[in-house]
Design a protein around this ligand. Structure first.
Ligand SMILES: C[S@@+](CC[C@H](N)C(=O)[O-])C[C@H]1O[C@@H](n2cnc3c(N)ncnc32)[C@H](O)[C@@H]1O
Length: 254
């Protein structure tokens, strides 16, 4: 059966749940600490979470004082968990393709998205949509799989290994071939969209955003102590994290 969101495939949903439940998963050790360090003050603010999944970041925003939080996701299964586990008087969940979030007809002080943008095909179009969703002077904070890791096609080797099979180097290929990447992750046929860092940054700049932080995930000493196998993450960044402010005068359009 074809699902509109791979997260609604029951096998994928269960496999993903197990990954997120695992102690020391990459989200908890690499991505979330970097995202939280870049959050603006949310007291009294409005927040939109694109690809909110289980709604944990919506609940976190509400706990930080946000007065209104909207979480959207394409997956009904993920939203079921969000509504059950992370409900709140200031939190509303809605099933929607984030590429169509402009249809909300509302702008927010913070537009947040954790690890969902690599599922969206057209980044320049998404950047135009984001410009309408972030209030002038507001903030966009997002993470996605880093272009270095979305680049290789699934039939290419990703690692150069030593005689013991330990990773010696990450093999970057096809970086300058943007487009669809289909691979096996939990199930066959998982699709993400590769684009270069240049396309991401330029699309944001051309739509009135000023980038004030660009982070590339790396394990710190605490993460390496918790999971020594993370030393392979010293060869390449797994996640790209960008915080950008929407300029008051609209800016952009080079
Ligand atoms: C890796 S999960 C991350 C979930 C959540 N942001 C978190 O950090 O826990 C990616 C989420 O993006 C959602 N997603 C993927 N493509 C989407 C789209 N086009 N529109 C809305 N949500 C989407 C998936 O359903 C899934 O819940």
């Amino acid at each position: 059966m074809e699902y509109e969101s791979i997260y609604d495939n029951p096998v994928f949903f269960e496999g993903y749940r197990q990954i997120r439940a695992r102690k020391n998963n990459h989200n908890d050790l690499l991505e979330q600490p970097a995202m939280r360090a870049l959050l603006p003050d949310l007291n009294g603010k409005t927040v939109l979470d694109l690809g909110c999944g289980y709604g944990r970041n919506c609940a976190d925003a509400a706990a930080r004082g946000a007065r209104r939080v909207v979480g959207i996701d394409l997956s009904e299964r993920m939203l079921e968990v969000a509504r059950r586990e992370n409900a709140g008087p200031n939190i509303a969940y809605q099933r929607m393709d984030l590429a169509r979030a402009g249809e909300l007809g509302e702008s927010f002080d913070l537009v947040y998205s954790s690890l969902a943008f690599h599922y969206v095909r057209d980044f320049p179009d998404l950047a135009r949509t984001l410009a309408g969703l972030v209030c002038p002077g507001g903030t966009l904070l997002f993470s996605q799989e880093h272009p270095i890791v979305t680049a290789p096609r699934s039939d290419r080797p990703r690692w150069l290994r030593d005689a013991d099979g330990e990773p010696e180097a990450f093999l970057l290929s096809d970086y300058n071939r943007p487009g669809r990447r289909e691979s096996h992750w939990i199930v066959d046929g998982v699709v993400v969209w590769h684009r270069t860092l240049g396309e991401i940054v330029t699309s944001l700049a051309q739509n009135g955003f000023r980038i004030n932080a660009l982070r590339e995930s790396a394990p710190d000493d605490a993460a390496l102590a918790a999971d020594p196998s993370l030393c392979r993450e010293l060869h390449k960044p797994n996640f790209l994290i960008i915080r950008a402010d929407r300029m008051i005068d609209g800016g952009g359009q080079a």
